[in-house]
Design a protein around this ligand. Structure first.
Ligand SMILES: Nc1ncnc2c1ncn2[C@@H]1O[C@H](COP(=O)(O)OP(=O)(O)O)[C@@H](O)[C@H]1O
Ligand SMILES: [Mg+2]
Length: 252
């Protein structure tokens, strides 16, 4: 899962990049868009296979077995990459407090024909959506920018993860969720501002900052509008190279 409790800190860019790079390496990959804003769904320009056939169908079903496979939609980017799309009304699921609802995503993904599943999380503090991801994931990648928002979002996310671990330990359940590290994206390399330098230093002090820092390139924003993969453009190469190096560190 790619997670932070701040918005605009490169979660979606990181999730989509890891998923696509893994797919290009030959791994059968499924990207789960768990954010009601549906940014990764829109970027990859995928439409649900039918009415209501988005991630909300998993979260709202008491018996979601097999749903992951059924909802995963093929993409034009790679034959190895499928997406479980999101939709606006997935945010209604935040009000769903049914017993064990937080285990539905995990159940839905069990046995899915994929080597890797990446979850693009919303920036919510805890809540059913985040809890669903925490229960389904085995690895967390935090996403941040070189800003105080980025640092705060990671700190909040780490507190939520620590609480999740405590609650699991209290009931004697095994904890298999590991923190792979923090990706720092969209970094302006040339003239770095004082707050940017200070934020990177704070991320470094956690001992979890993954290197290289991902550089800022305008093409990353441009491809969102055209539905393209930036890896197909020469201008995207520095960003692609950085995320490739990160994939080598976070995918076991
Ligand atoms: N390396 C980068 N260079 C330039 N812009 C970037 C880069 N990474 C992310 N962005 C832009 O920053 C904005 C926020 O990124 P996004 O991945 O959507 O964050 P989040 O999912 O945390 O809200 C988007 O407009 C995205 O295109
Ligand atoms: Mg996002």
């Amino acid at each position: 899962m790619v997670y932070s409790e701040s918005g605009g800190v490169t979660k979606t860019t990181t999730a989509v990049s890891i998923a696509m790079i893994a797919a290009e390496q030959g791994k059968r990959t499924v990207l789960v868009d768990l954010d009601p804003r549906a940014a990764s769904t829109k970027w990859l320009d995928v439409v649900p296979a039918g009415d209501g056939l988005h991630v909300g169908a998993i979260l709202g079903d008491e018996d979601p077995q097999g749903w992951g496979e059924d909802l995963a939609v093929r993409t034009a980017w790679s034959e190895n990459l499928r997406v479980i799309p999101s939709a606006r009304n997935v945010s209604n699921r935040e009000a769903d407090r049914a017993d064990h609802a937080e285990l539905r995503l995990r159940t839905a993904l069990e046995g899915i024909s994929a080597d890797l599943v990446i979850i693009d999380c919303p920036n919510r503090q805890g809540g059913p959506l985040t809890l669903s991801a925490l229960n389904a994931a085995d690895t967390i990648v935090y996403a941040s920018t070189a800003t105080s928002d980025g640092v705060d979002g990671v700190a909040g996310a780490r507190r939520t993860v620590a609480q999740f671990h405590h609650s699991r330990e209290r009931i004697g359940a095994p904890v298999t969720l590991t923190e792979a590290g923090i990706v720092c994206g969209g970094v302006r390399e040339t003239i770095m501002s004082r707050p940017a330098v200070a934020s990177i230093e704070e991320l470094r002090e956690t001992g979890m900052l993954l290197l290289p820092l991902v550089p800022e390139r305008a093409i990353i924003q441009e491809v969102r509008l055209t539905g393209d993969w930036y890896g197909n453009f020469r201008k995207g190469a520095p960003v692609l190279g950085a995320y490739q190096a990160i994939v080598d560190q976070v995918i076991r």
